[in-house]
Design a protein around this ligand. Structure first.
Ligand SMILES: Cc1cc2nc3c(=O)[nH]c(=O)nc-3n(C[C@H](O)[C@H](O)[C@H](O)COP(=O)(O)OP(=O)(O)OC[C@H]3O[C@@H](n4cnc5c(N)ncnc54)[C@H](O)[C@@H]3O)c2cc1C
Ligand code: FES
Length: 276
């Protein structure tokens, strides 16, 4: 059991949890994730490690409530506990030194981007963070991003804050070949695919932090199988970060959709339980 110290709603359906996890707090690196089981009856879900606090022996997770298990977590309160948190899992994100770096995040991916942007910044790179949200009230962690990057720009789908459009359109509006030597992208699959296409001829390296369906998170089940440059990889142990220009995003999207009927049935079951 891991005690929840703080719960903070960041945006509609997006909640930050600070959870006591001393071993993970001591060992984690930006880009890594944990597997969380909110209740003893819940499925296990992967969530990115966002920040940590040594004095409080805690780690911070940000969750978007989209299905049964994320809703079970979002319903917990400070003072309650999650059933278990396993990690840190996966490889740390790649960082460089002395480069012009662009970090792009969309939706809850902005929270997942924060530790990576901070790691690039701390390693002596000039970091531009391009962040996307549905509208102004969906923007998250703006102050934290400003502390972790040299430049922060927002794009909103409805134009209610910053650039009117999505993050990749913002990238194309503010940059071009030669603007950046390294990039990192985290967000919905279509956004990561579009970022890879947009930068393919720009002569820059682009890393994508992938989010396939994961089950055990230890390389045993094959659930997170992806193809990168014609090689089979398992995102939980080989990633979650890969060269975005080599990822087969079509396959990733197809495999992520494969469980949709079962996920919908699980969510409807939860909704019926909550009505009793
Ligand atoms: C390495 C990694 C890190 C992640 N970090 C975070 C994080 O920090 N915060 C966060 O909110 N989420 C994160 N996710 C996604 C999160 O794990 C899923 O949203 C969660 O597993 C969904 O579970 P559920 O039971 O609530 O919904 P489900 O019922 O499983 O799914 C609901 C809907 O979401 C889609 N979906 C399910 N899993 C994923 C996925 N992995 N990627 C994209 N769409 C999915 C389904 O197709 C379905 O349409 C991460 C995923 C990975 C692989
Ligand atoms: S989640 Fe099972 S192999 Fe990666």
């Amino acid at each position: 059991m891991n005690l929840i110290l703080t719960k903070r709603v960041l945006a509609p359906e997006v909640t930050l949890f600070e959870i006591v996890a001393p071993r993970i707090q001591r060992r984690w690196k930006p880009g890594q994730f944990v597997i969380v089981r909110p209740l003893s009856t819940s499925e296990r879900i992967p969530l990115t490690l966002v920040t940590s606090d040594a004095a409080r022996e805690s780690v911070t997770l940000v969750v978007q409530a989209i299905g049964r298990t994320t809703r079970e977590l979002a319903a917990l309160e400070a003072g309650e506990s999650v059933a278990d948190v396993v990690g840190p899992l996966g490889e740390a994100a790649t960082t460089t030194t002395g480069e012009k770096v662009v970090c792009m995040g969309g939706g809850v991916g902005v929270a997942e981007l924060l530790p990576v942007a901070k790691a690039f910044h701390d390693a002596g790179n000039h970091v531009t963070a391009l962040c996307g949200a549905r509208s102004d009230n969906y923007r998250i962690l703006d102050a934290e991003l400003h502390a972790a990057a040299d430049v922060v720009e927002w794009a909103t789908d409805d134009g209610s804050y910053g650039f009117h459009g999505n993050v990749v359109q913002l990238l194309q509006a503010v940059a071009g070949p030669g603007s950046f030597s390294v990039g990192h992208v985290i967000g919905p699959i279509p956004m990561m695919k579009a970022a890879a296409e947009a930068t393919r001829s720009w002569g820059m390296k682009l890393y994508a932090s992938l989010n396939p369906v994961m089950i055990d998170g230890t390389g045993m089940c094959g659930g997170c199988r992806i193809t990168v440059g014609n090689e089979v990889k398992f995102a939980c142990v080989d990633g979650p970060e890969f060269d975005a220009h080599l990822v087969d995003f079509e396959e990733l999207a197809r495999r992520t959709r494969a469980y949709r009927d079962m996920e919908q049935a699980a969510l409807e079951h939860l909704c019926r339980l909550q009505q009793v």
